[in-house]
Design a protein around this ligand. Sequence first.
Ligand SMILES: [Zn+2]
Length: 347
Amino acid sequence: MEEQPQIVQPKPRHHWFRIILITLLIVTSLATIGCFAARTEFDKHVKEKAEGTAESFCETDDKEAPEITLNGNGAITLKVGEEYEELGATAIDSCEEVEVVISGTVDIEKEGTYKLTYSSMDSLQNASKKERVVTVVPKYSGTIYLTFDDGPWTNTGALLDMLKKYDVKVTFFVTGNGDDSIIKREYDEGHTVALHTWSHDYSYVYASIENYFADLARIQERVKRITGYTATLIRFPGGSSNTVSRRYDGGTRIMTRLVQEVTNRGYTYFDWNISSGDAGSTTDPYVVYTNVIDNLQPGGEYIVLQHDSKNYSISAVESIIQFGLKNGFKFERLTATSPTMHHRVNN
Ligand SMILES: [Zn+2]
């Protein structure tokens, strides 16, 4: 007798993130399919049994467990949401037809490593087992670098608490604002403390190369005093593509010169490729959230611009992290070897 595997397949998904469990507690009996050699062995015993020669052996002396052969690969990798197709297994016993019992659970909506166990036992309780490992990997992978400018600010501490909860590391482009204790926490808790200028005063920092570097040195010294570390990652106020500098540089195209000069002096500057819009276009945390997540593509690398000086922007961060993690993104802090996402310089 052959029973077909009864696999409980997921119902149609109406929502991509709906959790669907495929629970396998299934009996398959495919005892006579598969291994030709074993089949031959089985036939031989059937023949012997018919002749009375193997009768006592199979009824009392058989010590051999059924031999299980997995149909398909012993290791299967699926992306989150892909369907798992149970291919079953074949068991051959030298004395009788045997069943394969499959046990285990695969949650195709959740990353992880799952084991399915295939067991078979003959009537003398000789048992054998095989395992199939199903690995569910993210639907797509990518990296999100959350960055926060203009702080520290009053709610930066609350942001740090939340980041700790998710073990997410980010980058703070700090200024002369806020408490030293927050910069200390940022550093001690594994985030990147980077430089944004001390004053953030466009009319001062973009009036001359000398002013810019004097202001940068001031914030660099602050970070050094608090953390003991010399920060060399920077972000220009307004980004490297800013045009506000035209108002103050006397027509000297200061950004064109600065991007070169900071590099000459050993700094690495970062722009961004996703703006959260928190610096003007919205004050709504939900809009900040959608401005970020709507721009994420599978496998992409993103530097997200936010400001910890904006409480409504901080309010959106937890949802952004939850969305990113659920969709296979890693969150990382910027380092000297991270993508820089340089903008086109406009001045
Ligand atoms: Zn800024």
